[in-house]
Design a protein around this ligand. Structure first.
Ligand SMILES: [Zn+2]
Length: 370
């Protein structure tokens, strides 16, 4: 073999070796999780917030942290009236096109009136015409609202059927928050996370353990499941991990049973951390297995009377802490959970789905303009 030939062969081999090394490095980098430095540059969606203040602070922070928002109107007496929530949402839609999408809702008032369903459908249609892409039903259905005969109205009540059929025809997403965290039905000392202990200690009127005359946790979950059985084709997002926040096993069963359903993580990260503190691998595997069905969300609420600068700070910190937990393997702590726990260090692909791709699929077109 001539020297020239040997030289060529050597060069070719080292070239191949270099390509292999570079390819391997690229693959390893792809498999590596994001870091804290990646937080600002990755495009993200918070799929459950309440932007009720007629002030740009929330949107400004979202722009700064590369977030788009899904704001949800709720029939909740502590929030501004539904009409005001809707006015603010529509205003943001016009001022920040492509940066925010919104879910409408409807009043339960007038339930006993024979024209109630028709009124609700009319109200919803005008909300869709104004840009709403979903409808929220809240826990007042099942836990608070009573008909004229004094009975609690549950979510599988046939009176809702024409409304849900209407959503199905229009391919509109239903966002459902039924029941409460399971802790609500447990004595304080058996509750898992500190925020629930605190809340139910201060609000005994909502602590269902003290009110056995009300429907049980299981009653709430089965009413919701019966509604979904009746409406197989309805697109559904279970808010707050579909109130199955206490067990990734139960949540997995729910997602298997209702293949069209997705769930958001809003205000339940503490419950996830509590479980991962006990079995990190199990929780991490759950996130990987159900990566197409989970939406990152916080439940951050911008109340009209809050201080805008303080709120921006709070929003930024919450988004950063969650990023740290889901992306890194650092040891960390949170006020909701006693003791330390390790971050999940989820793969980039899973993070991109949870933080953006799943939401873009579920709200098609809503975030088109960038
Ligand atoms: Zn909420």
């Amino acid at each position: 073999m001539s020297n020239w030939f040997q030289h060529r062969r050597k060069k070719l081999l080292s070239g191949l070796l270099l390509s292999a090394v570079l390819l391997l490095a690229a693959c390893t980098k792809e498999a590596e999780p994001y870091t804290m430095e990646d937080f600002a540059k990755v495009e993200k969606i918070d799929a459950h917030v309440h932007a009720h203040a007629d002030h740009p602070a929330f949107l400004e922070q979202a722009l700064a942290d590369n977030f788009r928002l899904f704001t949800i109107n709720v029939d909740y007496p502590d929030f501004p009236p539904i009409e005001e929530q809707q006015r603010v949402a529509v205003k943001f839609l016009q001022e920040y096109p492509g940066r925010i999408a919104y879910s409408s809702t409807f009043h339960m008032a007038g339930w006993d009136d024979p024209a109630w369903q028709e009124q609700v459908i009319r109200h919803l249609d005008s909300a869709f015409a104004g840009g709403a892409i979903a409808v929220k039903v809240w826990k007042n259905i099942g836990m608070d609202f009573r008909d004229q005969a004094g009975n609690l109205v549950m979510i599988d009540d046939p009176k809702f059927d024409p409304i849900f059929a209407h959503l199905r025809e229009k391919n509109i997403l239903l966002v459902g928050h039924q029941g409460e965290p399971k802790n609500c039905w447990l004595p304080i000392e058996e509750m898992t996370v500190n925020n629930d202990k605190e809340y139910f200690k201060n609000h005994p009127q909502y602590h269902m353990y003290l009110h056995p005359e009300f429907p049980s946790y299981e009653d709430q979950m089965s009413a919701r499941d019966r509604m979904l059985e009746k409406n197989q084709e309805l697109r559904f997002m279970g808010a707050h991990l579909a109130s199955l926040e206490w067990s990734v096993d139960e949540l997995a069963k729910f997602l298997d049973r209702f293949p069209k359903a997705v769930v958001d993580l809003a205000a339940r990260m503490g419950q996830v951390q509590y479980q991962s503190q006990r079995d990190r691998e199990k929780v991490r595997s759950f996130f990987i297995k159900y990566q197409d069905r989970l939406l990152y969300a916080t439940d951050l609420t911008h109340a009209p009377d809050s201080d805008p600068e303080q709120f921006k700070q709070e929003v930024h910190e919450k988004w950063l802490t969650d990023w740290k937990y889901l992306n890194t393997a650092e040891m960390m702590s949170a006020p909701e959970v006693d003791g330390e726990f390790e971050g999940l260090a989820l793969p980039k692909k899973v993070i991109d789905k949870m933080y953006r791709i799943n939401a873009e699929k579920i709200f098609p077109g809503a975030f088109a303009a960038r």
